[in-house]
Design a protein around this ligand. Structure first.
Ligand SMILES: Nc1nc2c(c(=O)[nH]1)N=C([C@H](O)[C@H](O)COP(=O)(O)OP(=O)(O)OP(=O)(O)O)CN2
Ligand SMILES: [Zn+2]
Length: 149
């Protein structure tokens, strides 16, 4: 059977601040993130299989990605853990903080998402690439092939 890439787009709203950054993005601000997930695999060709002709049911991909990424990061504020901004958010009682062990740049977020999603995919498919748009004109991409996977 041929290998087919399958793509699903997810959206979430998230605030972040880039601690110590030398530009406007050091201030807390938000983005409407667009997160594109592409997997690769072979369509199921077992007659009578309920998923006949599918690499993976788009619904199953949603059931994997939504709880790991969208439900967790939507309407959250992402900051690097233990920074002054993180401490301030705790002080004011903000309760949807994603304190991350890295600066929440587009690059770091997409790599983190790749690690999380890869480990939860069934053996029948592989993560092929991801795209994370911070704005309409700024995005990062992660490719398995660039990372020797
Ligand atoms: N390499 C990176 N550069 C920047 C990141 C990042 O994650 N990686 N993040 C930011 C800001 O958080 C934000 O995304 C602003 O980016 P930018 O494209 O500069 O946004 P603008 O709205 O100012 O873009 P315009 O196209 O000029 O409107 C900064 N850099
Ligand atoms: Zn930003």
């Amino acid at each position: 059977m041929p290998k087919i890439r399958l793509t699903k787009e997810f959206r979430f709203e998230m605030a972040h601040a880039l601690e110590g950054y030398d530009g406007l993005c050091k201030h807390m601000h938000g983005h409407s993130y667009i997160f594109t997930v592409t997997i690769i695999g072979e369509p199921i060709n077992t007659p009578g299989h309920p998923k006949l002709g599918m690499v993976m049911d788009f619904g199953e991909l949603k059931r994997i990605v939504n709880p790991l990424i969208v439900d967790r990061f939507d309407h959250a504020v992402a900051v690097m853990a233990n920074t002054p901004t993180h401490k301030k958010l705790i002080e004011v009682g903000f309760n949807r903080i994603e304190a991350l062990p890295f600066q929440p740049t587009c690059e770091n977020l997409i790599y983190y998402f790749a690690e999380i999603i890869s480990s939860k995919l069934p053996d029948s498919v592989k993560l092929h690439h991801l795209k994370l748009n911070e704005t309409a004109t700024s995005y990062a991409e992660w490719y398995a092939s660039d990372n020797n996977d």
